[in-house]
Design a protein around this ligand. Sequence first.
Ligand SMILES: O=C(O)CCC(=O)C(=O)O
Length: 304
Amino acid sequence: MRIGHQVIELATKAALKTRLPVKPIYQVLKASRIARRPAEFLGRRRAARHLLDGSPWRGFIPPDRGYRITDARTLPGVDAVVAAGRVALDRHERRLAEMERPVKNFFANILTADDLADFPALMAFALGPPLIESVTAYLGMLPRLNGLGVYVSPANDSQVRSQLFHVDFDDFSQVKCFVNIDDVDADNGPFTFIPADRSRAIRAANGHGFRSSNLPDARIGDAERIMLTGPAGTTALVDTSNCLHFGSRVRRGRRVVFMCQYTTWPLPTLTTRKQALEGRPIFTFPPVASAERPYLRGLLGALA
Ligand SMILES: O=C(O)CCC(=O)C(=O)O
């Protein structure tokens, strides 16, 4: 398998240099992982069918648009996420005061594993039926919870990396859930995106493929941009692999957002091992078990 990965890595580098599309290479990588563990793949499809039978959350994320914006009235558990996010932030600020060299980043996770254990509302929300069923319906299989965190973006004057329009290339489709922990206005660096159908057209017009670099605003034109502004608890479920997006252009105040990410299985990435670094999301979760919801283990690890 290692030789296979080296071949893919070399082919990708060569394709990127020649501007040839690299997506087929990653499609082969994903297909080869499915071929190695078909039971895991088919089990996730089967779990999705069971889970969605009669689910009111089916269709909550429209497939053509690739997003849904909602709030605490619609999505149970959002209020508890906002409350937990605020306490986690308080703790972080006390830790910051003691740090000699605080992390400087315009989008950094401040939630620790201890916080996660102390605020069960966060995992309850991320693994709860509304999110899991709406994401499962959108992705067509039982997903994996790939990461989770509370991100702080302080005021800044930069416009680089994820502050520029881009799509995430850790999967061909995925869903990220963003919950604003405080009220957010246009100057607080809201998460901003373009629906999937419009993004597709813009990317095609700009020759923007899988793993292409960020697009400057000038290439976007006057396309409809949706900003996640609004009172605390305003929430978005967005396919960030297919909706062009950016965030953290914070020109005043700061923005705090809870974010959790769901991907399909297997990932089309060369390395699936993640490093726990300061500011990065939490990637490993305590095991959960529930007799009524046997699929829960598949959300955090292998299903089969
Ligand atoms: O909200 C932000 O600052 C950007 C987030 C982003 O680009 C992402 O999570 O993919």
